[in-house]
Design a protein around this ligand. Structure first.
Ligand SMILES: *Cc1c(COP(=O)(O)O)cnc(C)c1O
Length: 429
């Protein structure tokens, strides 16, 4: 999978699936919970991880694996798996290497659901998190590490704060402390940024967003770069580097190597035990979405840049944050990591604060109010009263979400129509 021989646009359309003569052109939906074997011995080999194959769709399903292979190719990884949601992907990615008593460093500017997962739920599981500014210097980052730190986590482009992470810097600090960097690449997508090329070890996605692209199926994905040498840090990662009693004492990092250990363990243990599996139907829809990802991302970015420029010039808008916009705080980082474009999401403040923002949103005709983002249809959200409402004012500031912030996700409609809609709604406040 590592040596992609074709351009990324071709991988979007054909990656992960090469039907043989007479086989279906489109990825088949294998709508089956179970798989038949000729002998118990054949099946036993699967349970011992001695052979690869399918036996129960809670662990693995051919449709899901085919689509995971396409995303793996897009990200330039060594192995990948689908999950039921982006939440499950981030939970698994961290929990696969951190357990009770361990510590993880995360950028503070992350998706509200991820923040909740880390700061509340995983904390209850005994894993502690230190949240650092996405703009941390090398010194500040290094100071956050503890002897029990197991991973560093961040988002390429933070949802909804839209900070661009200095992936190289975060990777360098993680590696200097012998731990992997996990990057949630949901907003940039591999079309605009491939974090593995900048040093990320594990990449996660909420495929619910641009990858599916049509608001049709919730899903997630985890991609392993195959670059992190677990055995070189064996004392830090006993789950990968010591025998697993639940599989007759195999050691993942030995048996499956750098390229396969992470995803095999994540499937064999976490998928087996938690069952956060994606349905084959959803995986099929995701595969369809991926076929046009490159075309859609280009249009999302084109629309967003035009909208951001319009908003910037409007008297009822107090500020605009779009990393692709000239003069934005993250413009230079965006140019470095995402020269083709960033994403379709813009955040901005409506003059008059919370009440004005709510009135403005109510008057939009094309931009629908949704707890969703990164969709073919334009939508918008007021995070302080929705996705981030569990945070107090201080935490909101740390996450880069002010109470007047409107998140506006440009779809792939005509940009002049979007601007006309914004214009009439802004005139009402
Ligand atoms: C939406 C989102 C998630 C959570 O994904 P779900 O598919 O909704 O579970 C995680 N990370 C980012 C950046 C997101 O935008």
């Amino acid at each position: 999978m590592k040596d992609r021989k074709v351009n990324i646009e071709t991988s979007c359309v054909q990656g992960g699936y090469s039907p043989k003569s007479g086989e279906p052109r489109q990825i088949p939906i294998v709508q089956s919970t179970t798989f038949k074997y000729a002998t118990s011995e054949d099946m036993g080999k699967l349970f011992d991880l001695e052979a690869s194959g399918y036996f129960y769709s809670r662990l693995q399903n051919p449709t899901c694996d085919t689509v995971a292979a396409r995303i793996c190719e897009l990200e330039g990884g060594s192995a990948a798996m689908l999950t039921s949601s982006g939440q499950a992907a981030n939970f698994f990615a961290v929990f696969n290497i951190a357990s009770a008593g361990d510590h993880v460093i995360s950028s503070s500017a992350i998706y509200g659901g991820s923040y909740n997962l880390f700061a509340v739920t995983m904390k209850k599981m005994g894993i502690s998190f230190t949240f650092v500014s996405p703009d941390s210097t090398e010194e500040e980052l290094n100071a956050a590490f503890r002897p029990n730190t197991k991973a560093v986590f961040g988002e390429t482009i933070a949802n909804p704060a839209l900070n661009v992470l200095d992936i190289e810097l975060f990777a360098r600090c993680a590696h200097a402390h012998g731990v992997p960097l996990i990057i949630d690449n949901t907003f940039a997508t591999p079309i605009n940024c491939r974090p593995i090329e900048w040093g990320a070890d594990i990449v996660t996605h909420s495929t619910t967003k641009y990858m599916d692209g049509h608001g049709s199926a919730v899903g997630g994905c985890i991609v392993d770069s195959g670059n992190f040498d677990w055995m070189a840090e064996a004392d830090k990662f006993p789950g990968l580097c010591t025998p697993d009693d639940s599989y007759h004492g195999i050691t993942y990092a030995e048996k499956f190597g750098k390229e396969g250990a992470f995803i095999t363990k994540c499937t064999a243990q976490l998928m087996r035990d938690f069952g956060c599996t994606q349905s084959p139907q959803s995986a099929f829809l995701l595969g369809l979405g991926l076929e046009s990802l490159h075309v859609r991302m280009e249009r999302h970015c084109e629309n967003a840049l035009a909208v951001a420029r319009f908003l910037k010039s409007h008297e009822n808008v107090s500020w605009v944050r779009y990393p692709g916009l000239e003069g934005d705080k993250y413009f230079d980082l965006a140019k470095k990591y995402m020269p083709k474009g960033t994403c379709g999401v813009i955040s901005f403040g409506v003059k008059g604060g919370r009440a004005a923002a709510e009135k403005f949103m109510k008057n939009l005709k094309l931009g629908a109010i949704e707890t969703h983002v990164a969709d073919a249809r334009t939508c918008c959200l007021h995070p302080a009263s929705a996705t981030h409402r569990q945070m107090n004012d201080e935490e909101l500031v740390a996450a880069g979400v002010s109470s007047d912030l409107v998140r506006y996700s440009c779809g792939i409609e005509n940009k002049d129509d979007l601007i006309a809609d914004l214009k009439q709604a802004l005139e009402t406040v």
